[in-house]
Design a protein. Structure first.
Length: 119
């Protein structure tokens, strides 16, 4: 059972990135997928979540995110637009059965992907 987060990289302020969270060893169909981020020297914070019935919740980057699910690819995407330097962080995805949860409730975690927003 594994979650793989990918899609991070270096992007200029105002740019966009699409992060992917792909599962292997289990189906994401009945799981909520949350995205979290941790910037240097800061605590991990919630970014967005999509529940097992595809209800979206956005915790930060107000108005600049879209979370979506492709069940055929067993992948959840996080589209991030109008990125700012303060969005620089390691972004993690996590899975929990059913509904979105607080940080402590997630069962499986990906390894993280680094997003750097800089000119």
């Amino acid at each position: 059972v594994q979650l793989q987060a990918s899609g991070g990289g270096l992007v200029q302020p105002g740019g966009s990135l699409r992060l992917s969270c792909t599962a292997s060893g289990f189906s994401l169909h009945n799981y909520a997928i949350g995205w979290f981020r941790q910037a240097p020297g800061k605590e991990r914070e919630g970014v967005a979540c999509i529940s097992s019935v595809d209800e979206d919740i956005y915790y930060s980057l107000s108005g600049r995110l879209t979370i979506s699910r492709d069940s055929a690819k067993n992948t959840v995407y996080l589209q991030m637009n109008s990125l700012k330097p303060e969005d620089t962080a390691i972004y993690y995805c996590a899975a929990v059965a059913g509904s979105c949860s607080s940080y402590e409730g997630y069962e499986y975690w990906g390894q993280g992907t680094l997003v750097t927003v800089s000119s």
